[in-house]
Design a protein around this ligand. Structure first.
Ligand SMILES: *[C@@H]1O[C@H](CO)[C@@H](O)[C@H](O)[C@H]1NC(C)=O
Ligand SMILES: *[C@@H]1O[C@H](CO)[C@@H](O)[C@H](O)[C@H]1NC(C)=O
Ligand SMILES: *[C@@H]1O[C@H](CO)[C@@H](O)[C@H](O)[C@H]1NC(C)=O
Length: 219
């Protein structure tokens, strides 16, 4: 092997290695649909266990960006799965099990179990859906990006380490629901890329994405 080929092979190995240690995590409190099985209080509903519940990442970076044009299911399933996708309403994990009940307009603490960190940001969105066995839509979720109580907006930038992160957020005033979908969106930031406006840098452009959905109630 000449030096150039060897260099290219080593670069590919290091890129592949990087992907393997990309961020991983899930909605923990309230529990995401894929993680309900981990908590004693939900055992009575016999939730389907997903043992790789920290890896709802749109089928992986390559699948999302090279075959699906960047698209992802709202709950982190591969975009090309037939509807309802596994973690959406009516899917294997989308049985409408209410993970938590909150008071309308209150300030609440949402916990993310980040099992591997990789820069980027979290965002939480809410859809008053009231139709647990039917998939919600991103348009509905986009109506209510939850604002951080500290006034910094809706994006939470986690420190670069695995931990439980508690996001203090404001629930929208006047919104109630028998069943709302809470979406956690983790746009990681450890790849070099280019934004639509042409600016390049770490964390810009196409990044690995993780998502979780939880069913909650707001009274
Ligand atoms: C758990 O979720 C991942 C990510 O969506 C998926 O690839 C996997 O098939 C699921 N596991 C089971 C047992 O359904
Ligand atoms: C959220 O957590 C903070 C401490 O980090 C606590 O003071 C507050 O009471 C909690 N709020 C709720 C609604 O549990
Ligand atoms: C976070 O999730 C992992 C599973 O990926 C679990 O093993 C771990 O116990 C969770 N963290 C805590 C503090 O519960």
């Amino acid at each position: 092997m000449n030096k150039f080929v060897l260099g290219a092979v080593l670069l590919m190995v290091s890129l592949a290695g990087d992907r393997l240690v990309d961020g991983h995590g899930m909605l923990w409190d309230p529990a995401g649909r894929q993680s309900l099985w981990r908590f004693e209080e939900f055992k009575k509903y016999d939730p389907e266990p997903n043992f790789t519940d920290n890896q709802l990442f749109c089928g992986g970076f390559q699948h999302q960006w090279e075959t699906q044009g960047g698209k992802c299911g709202i709950c982190g399933d591969p975009f090309n799965e037939p509807s309802p996708r596994a973690h959406e309403g009516g899917g294997l994990y989308g049985k409408g099990i209410i993970a938590k009940t909150y008071k309308s307009g209150s300030k609440v603490n949402i916990t993310i179990n980040l099992t591997a960190a990789h820069l980027g940001y979290f965002e939480l969105k809410l859809c008053p859906h009231n139709n647990p066995l039917v998939p919600a839509t991103q348009e509905c979720l986009d109506q209510y990006p939850l604002q951080l109580v500290d006034g910094s907006g809706s994006r939470f930038v986690p420190p670069n380490r695995a931990a439980h992160y508690v996001l203090h957020v404001q629930l929208p005033q006047g919104v109630t629901c028998q069943q709302c979908v809470l979406q956690w969106h983790y746009n990681t930031g450890n790849s070099w890329g280019t934004d639509p406006d042409g600016s390049s840098g770490m964390g810009r452009g196409a990044q690995e994405v993780f998502r979780s959905c939880a069913d909650i109630q707001i009274v």
